[in-house]
Design a protein around this ligand. Structure first.
Ligand code: ADP
Ligand code: MG
Length: 599
């Protein structure tokens, strides 16, 4: 390749045919990215390519364009195959290739992945797809069943090879590559080059051009990285504040467990936001639908785990929130890379517990960028912004709606009741803001140590879960979930009981329970804070579906009692009352023997 210094190479210079060039122009691809610049030429010439590059560097076009250029559309047999680690990535690659091939009349792409019935996949193949994109497992199935025949294959790409390795696909990949026709041109792309991938390259690539794009650190420069130190208010409240006040187009929230994707997404949905969970429990169709809805704007928030969000390319995403930090720095870089796609601006906000702060230095090093402190809007600021939004919506109504009838009704009301317009307006406003108060109250601070421990207990379990998820095993997560809550509850009790003073206990009933999302920590925190009660004086907590029985010292002062009535946990008023639940049995017995559902 001859290349003038500093001259920009164009797609045309690389030798791509006109039919692709005009599509690229239409797509707004002005110039090739570095990996495209280095691989398109050699691939067009038939060379094998070994490419090392991070996500977001434009690999799909780097192999997709030259491979398409060599396809004979009239031959209705698979000529190009792409192996991708997950269904999402397979679909994404297939969609990109279909778009590149818009000008190639008669070109069809079959997408083959697990979790979908064979019917539609067979019909795609029978219609004569020249391009096949799939996950290793399902591709292997089709090859075994002879529903996929590769005798006309001329090109095969392994996309995100290291990820396929991580997911346990090594043997499947080798099996598939062993079944390719002798002359198949190979392209292998990977963000990293572990030994097993090198071995695959040595074995299946012939005299490859090795292209390495240095981890482009500036590529994250368009992403503003922020960290909120978890303190004062819970992560739950924090996410609500961000959702309410941050000016985002689409938001991706990362959490650690599948269960949390649902809980948090539902929490935001209840507040009226278009939010959905994306996790490995969902079937293929649901996952696709969710991703599509985020793409087309039907959803504005998606709450996901690392695994399912891998490689997502949705340009609308301009805010990534790390509700839980990822296990590895690499995942952090990947997560925040879901925003700032194709040179846009993006922001990433991470919730960082005090003991996790050291991670920030790793993140800064990995991204060559600064992670700055982020302060959540205060409750007063939230109030002001609600008032302003309310005002705007009223002004808009006055401007846009025909209020004649309403005015008449209002005037008659004022006259009939001898009230001023301000009184009536105030009453209307009061009712209007009940769900979202214009003067919101501070949520109570969660207990520090407790929530940390809970989080840790959770992580252990989930790490296992996510590894299994990667392998695609049908693990019974439901079981896991049930145990989890119980475990952390028990942990709380044990810790508290160690230092529990010798007092006379009284059982109290509060009107918040599991179905409101309350956890023992929330309740302890609320009570302890509101009436300045040392948590040692909070006895056993029995969470039920819609209420909780909690043991407190006998003879609570009246004003403390009254105060607790109005305290809210998870937006539910405690509305505390004395309960006749048996005290000694409940308060002293170890958790095991206590039947939670007794009450
Ligand atoms: P990777 O596979 O390396 O993660 P993708 O192929 O998914 O990267 O490309 C990332 C994003 O960049 C996509 O939105 C894609 O449309 C866009 N893109 C790729 N190449 C170019 C280009 N030459 N010009 C503009 N945008 C591009
Ligand atoms: Mg890719």
């Amino acid at each position: 390749m001859t290349e003038l210094n500093n001259a920009t190479v164009s797609f045309a210079d690389l030798g791509l045919p006109e039919v692709l060039l005009s599509t690229l122009t239409g797509m707004g691809f002005e110039n090739p990215t570095p990996i495209q610049e280095k691989t398109i030429g050699p691939l067009l010439e038939g060379r094998h390519v070994l490419g090392e590059a991070q996500t977001g560097t434009g690999k799909t076009a780097a192999f997709g364009l030259p491979a398409l250029a060599n396809i004979d559309v009239k031959l209705r047999k698979p000529q190009m195959m792409v192996l991708a680690p997950t269904r999402e990535l397979a679909i994404q690659v297939a969609e990109a290739i279909e778009e590149f091939a818009k000008g190639m009349k008669g070109l069809r792409v079959a997408t083959l992945y697990g979790g979908q019935s064979y019917g539609p996949q067979l019909s795609q193949l029978e219609k004569g797809a020249q391009v096949v994109v799939g996950t290793p497992g399902r591709l292997m199935d089709h090859l075994r069943r002879k529903t996929l025949k590769l005798n006309e294959l001329t090109f095969c790409a392994l996309d995100e090879a290291d990820e396929m390795l991580n997911m346990g696909f090594l043997e499947d990949i080798e099996w598939i590559l062993d079944h390719l026709p002798e002359q198949t041109q190979m392209a292998l792309f990977s963000a990293t080059m572990p030994t097993q991938i090198k071995k695959i390259a040595d074995r299946f690539l012939t005299n490859p051009v090795h292209v390495k794009i240095a981890a482009k650190k500036e590529s994250k420069k368009n992403i503003t990285q922020l960290a909120w130190k978890v303190s004062g208010i819970s992560k739950n409240t924090a996410i609500e504040r961000i959702v309410e006040t941050y000016d985002y187009d689409a938001m991706l929230v990362f959490v650690r467990t599948r269960n949390d994707t649902v809980t948090i997404s539902e929490q935001l949905e209840r507040l009226g936001y278009a939010s959905a969970a994306l996790n490995g429990d969902m079937n293929q169709a649901q996952r696709e639908r969710t991703v599509e809805q985020l793409k087309n704007g039907k959803l504005s928030i998606m709450v996901a785990t690392d695994v399912v969000a891998r490689g997502l390319d949705i340009p609308r995403i301009d805010l990534v929130v790390n509700y839980d930090l990822p296990g590895e720095t690499e995942s952090y870089v990947h997560r925040i890379g879901r925003t700032g796609r194709a040179g846009r601006e993006g922001t990433a906000i991470s919730f960082v517990r005090p003991r996790e702060m050291y991670n920030l230095r790793h993140y800064e090093r990995a991204t060559s960028g600064a992670v700055n402190t982020f302060e959540l809007p205060t409750i007063q600021e939230i109030g002001l912004s609600r008032i302003e939004r309310c005002r705007q919506s009223l002004v808009t109504s006055v401007a846009d709606k025909d209020l004649t009838a309403m005015r008449e009704i209002l005037e008659k009301m004022a006259a009939d009741s001898e009230l001023s317009m301000t009184d009536l307006a105030a009453a209307l406003l009061f009712d209007k803001q009940l769900k979202q108060p214009l003067q919101p109250k501070e949520d109570v601070r969660p207990r520090r140590e407790r929530s940390d421990r809970d989080a840790r207990g959770r992580n252990d379990r989930n790490d296992r879960g996510s590894r299994d998820e990667r392998r695609g095993r049908g693990r019974d997560d439901r079981d896991n979930r049930g145990n989890r809550g119980e475990r952390s509850e028990r942990g709380n009790d044990r810790r508290r009981s160690q230092a529990r003073p010798d007092v006379d206990w009284q059982a109290y009933r509060i009107e918040v329970g599991k179905e409101h999302g309350a956890r023992p920590g929330d309740i302890v925190g609320a009570i302890a804070n509101e009436i300045s009660l040392d948590s040692a004086y909070i006895g056993q907590i029995n969470l039920n579906d819609n209420h909780t029985i909690v043991q407190l010292p006998k003879g609570m002062p009246k004003d403390a009692f009254n105060k607790l009535r109005t305290v809210r946990v998870r937006r539910q008023q405690l509305d505390i009352s004395v309960s006749d639940a048996p005290v000694a049995a409940v308060a002293r017995k170890p958790r095991k023997e206590r039947a939670d559902r007794q009450h």
